[in-house]
Design a protein around this ligand. Structure first.
Ligand code: ZN
Length: 304
């Protein structure tokens, strides 16, 4: 058996599958993210049944960041400088009771989602896939041929500096930078700007959609310029705002202008920017595929 775990900012999903069938979940746990002790303790209890029976062969972990993804580091799998209360310097593998002998791959939640969507979702059949999430935080992850793009650290694209929407003087909510992309367009930024979450904006949507689309288009342009993926999958709670996906596509074409003539992004109906197919299971599916690969089913992964 293999296990995949996604520790998200608001919920944790843990799933188990047969080693040879990572796309078919046979057992699952879904709990809210509270304290590390309570949350990871519940995941540990769930996994213990499989681990103690000696049937667990490998584990994939897709964690909210910042998280140490350097497998050569003694603090591999630790949450690092998060502003999330109580989670700073949490050693997730240890809290889950995973011994050193257990094969483990750690990636960020967005990278896990990129792998999941590429292997069995909206990116299936494509070589290079980017996954962008806009929710509590803003982030991007990448998968090439089903394998995560790994470095000593992971991408932090949510903190990109951006051009201002005309007339926008909102100071931003990022604790590090104020008005970086995450500070201007994340879920907390939406609440701070308009005093309510995105799903309750009502008539304010007319103001919010073009403004948020303007900012997200700059992130999509940066992903395109630097990585040139075959497709960008755009998910996260903020994208539930009606019209925002399409506004982001249209503004992307404008932001890039004539710099990428003939690229699918110049046609907002091309499908180059699309919604996730696996909804909120993309990350845990990606984690299962990584565990499947670790269990000897594919060439081992290593940091670049
Ligand atoms: Zn920032």
């Amino acid at each position: 058996m293999i296990a995949g775990i996604e520790t998200g900012g608001t919920k944790v999903i843990c799933a188990v599958a047969e080693t040879g069938a990572p796309g078919t979940i046979v057992d699952r746990l879904r709990i809210p993210t509270t304290s590390p002790a309570e949350t990871l303790g519940a995941v540990r209890s769930f996994l213990d049944g499989y681990a103690s029976a000696g049937v667990l062969e490998a584990v994939g972990l897709a964690a909210f960041g910042p998280v140490n993804v350097d497998s050569s580091s003694p603090s591999y799998g630790w949450i690092t400088s998060t502003p999330k209360a109580g989670w700073r310097n949490t050693d997730i593998p240890r809290a889950l009771g995973l011994g050193d002998a257990m094969p483990l791959q750690v990636v960020t939640d967005v990278t896990g989602s990129a792998v999941g969507e590429q292997r069995s979702g909206a990116g299936a059949g494509l070589r290079n896939v980017a996954y962008v999430t806009v929710g509590t935080g803003v982030g991007a992850g990448f998968a090439a041929d089903g394998v995560p793009f790994l470095q000593r650290s992971h991408p932090e694209m949510g903190h990109l500096p951006v051009r201002r929407y005309p007339g926008d003087d909102f100071p931003g909510t990022c604790p590090f930078h104020g008005d970086c992309l995450e500070g201007l367009a994340s879920g907390p930024a939406v609440r701070a700007r308009w005093g309510r979450p995105g799903e309750q904006l009502g008539a304010l949507q007319r103001e919010a959609v073009p403004l948020l689309g303007f900012y997200l288009a700059q992130l999509l342009a940066a992903v395109t310029y630097t990585v040139a993926p075959d497709r960008i999958i755009l998910g996260g709670g903020v994208l539930k705002l009606p019209g925002l996906l399409q506004a982001s596509r249209e503004q992307l074409a404008e932001v890039v202008g004539g710099a990428l003539e003939g690229h699918p992004l110049t046609r907002p109906d091309s499908g180059y920017i699309c919604s996730p197919a696996l909804a909120d299971l993309a990350g845990v599916h990606g984690a299962l595929y990584l565990a499947h690969d670790l269990a000897g089913n594919r060439a081992p992964l290593s940091a670049v």
